[in-house]
Design a protein around this ligand. Structure first.
Ligand code: EPU
Length: 433
């Protein structure tokens, strides 16, 4: 039975919330564990359905995977029985495509289903494939699968056409045990790339430059990567979601276990809009506001620009800000699916191609809305706590991919929110973030 959220909004959220480990990092760290036969212990691992899907992928390949009730996850890729990731698993979650680089890097072969597009955009993997070819792999695309082979990969100079997060990761994973150095230019600079590089270095890799646009991966001897214990970075997108829920309700919220620098592009915008922001400790951010926020413009960009993953939740805030705001989405072709839902809650938004114009209304009013994808779902939860009256949010499986314990965390801040069975029989929508 699917479930829905019922939120009685309009209450100021107050209090502190602990942020979980980052979904978009842990999935890649899990893929990276394939590079050694030793046991790996990951900590600060969130309980998310996407972690469950990556667990299924690794088990399918022959790994032992054991997620504890607390935040630990043990993985050992000692007895790999297959180098193939089937479509059934990859289509559920496109991050499973990251096993391509690891399998190729360690075993010299991989057969991984093409993820295809998803509801937010085309999401091609051409740059991943070009990068692996540059490292000397023979790559063919047959029957919907990427088939890659190489007796030994050779380091190369690679320039990405665009700083793709996934391509940077797959190339980095494949190149860790290549012969010689790989220089990857126009690399993605997201904090999750830094986390992956730090993890690989803790396993014995030799990677420098992570967090800049040029990565240098000095290949180490095949078989030389080893086990380690590593703590996953905090989830900057989850942290941002609670900050926006706090300020959107004119409350006072502190997020703990965060790295504030990861959230600079958001906090700068919020300060310009009139929010008060403080850092009570090096790992916390406090936000509060007693006044209606002012309108603001954003353009989504690769890190350190404004993240596309926050565009939908931020639009919820803008929908009640004073004045006219403009949002331009440059990363995905179809990431405005929250707009129709926000309009059902009384927002005044018009969309022309990749630009949305939002004229702030004094308040949102509760309605029945869909979480069309993961971040559109977060936008609906924020809208629900901000709105007057009652909101029901459907299609929660999207939210479960990336938000651990959203109901208990929101309740700890004073939100009136519950999760109940959805008996409406509505069809379930698919997406693969
Ligand atoms: N692109 C290409 N060719 C490629 C690779 C990417 O054209 O070979 C395009 C994509 O189509 C897209 C853009 O480049 O339009 C950015 O894609 P990128 O590869 O950077 O993203 P990703 O690795 O597929 C990760 C996150 C996304 C997040 C983006 C951008 C994970 C599991 N996913 O996706 O997260 O939006 O980086 O920051 O890490 C989410 O969490 O909701 C989510 C969608």
């Amino acid at each position: 039975m699917t479930e829905k959220l019922i939120i009685h909004g309009g209450k100021a959220l107050r209090g502190e919330v602990e942020i979980s480990g980052a979904k978009n990092s842990v999935l890649k760290l899990m893929a990276a564990t394939l590079l050694t036969g030793d046991s790996i212990e990951l900590r600060n691992v969130p309980h998310l359905s996407d972690v469950g899907v990556m667990t299924q992928v690794l088990k399918y390949l022959g790994c032992d995977v054991d997620q504890q009730d607390d935040d630990r996850l043990y993985i050992q890729a000692k007895n790999i029985t297959s180098c193939e990731a089937p479509y059934d698993l990859v289509r559920k979650m496109r991050a499973s495509f990251d096993v391509l680089g690891s399998l190729l890097g360690r075993f010299g072969e991989a057969r991984v289903a093409l993820p295809g597009g998803c509801s937010i955009g085309k999401r091609s993997v051409d740059l991943h494939v070009k990068g692996l070819i540059a490292l000397g792999a023979e790559v063919e695309i047959n029957h919907g699968y990427v088939e890659a082979k190489a007796s030994r990969l050779i380091g190369a100079e690679i320039l990405l056409d665009t700083p793709s997060v996934g391509a940077t990761e797959n190339i980095m994973l494949a190149a860790t045990m290549a012969e010689g150095a790989t220089i990857l230019s126009n690399a993605a600079q997201e904090p999750e790339i830094v986390d992956l590089a730090n993890f690989l270095n803790a396993m014995g890799a030799d990677i420098s430059g992570a967090g800049t646009n040029e990565l240098v991966i000095n290949g180490v001897k095949p078989g030389s990567l080893h086990g380690t214990t590593y703590s996953v970075m905090p989830d900057r997108i989850e942290a941002a979601t609670y900050l926006m829920a706090g300020v959107g309700t004119m409350g006072d919220v502190t997020v703990n276990n965060v790295l504030p620098v990861h959230l600079s592009s958001l906090t700068h915008k919020l300060i310009e809009m009139g929010a008060e922001i403080e850092m009570p400790s090096p790992n916390s951010i406090r936000i509060h506001s007693e006044r209606r926020l002012q309108a603001q413009n954003i353009v989504t960009q690769p890190y350190p620009g404004f993240p596309t993953d926050l565009q939908a939740p931020f639009m919820t805030l803008l929908s009640t800000a004073d004045g006219v705001s403009i949002v331009k989405e440059t990363i995905y072709e179809n990431r405005f699916k929250q707009v129709g839902e926000l309009k059902r809650m009384g927002a005044d938004i018009s969309v022309e191609r990749d630009v949305a114009v939002i004229t702030g209304v004094p308040h949102l009013s509760g309605a029945e809305v869909n979480a069309h994808d993961l971040r559109a779902g977060a936008a609906m939860v924020i809208a629900g706590v901000m709105a007057e009256g009652s909101t029901q949010v459907f299609d929660l499986h999207h939210l479960d991919r990336g938000y651990e314990d959203v109901v208990s965390k929101m309740r700890s801040l004073g939100a009136d929110i519950e999760r109940v069975p959805d008996t409406s029989g509505r069809p379930v929508t698919e997406e693969s973030a």
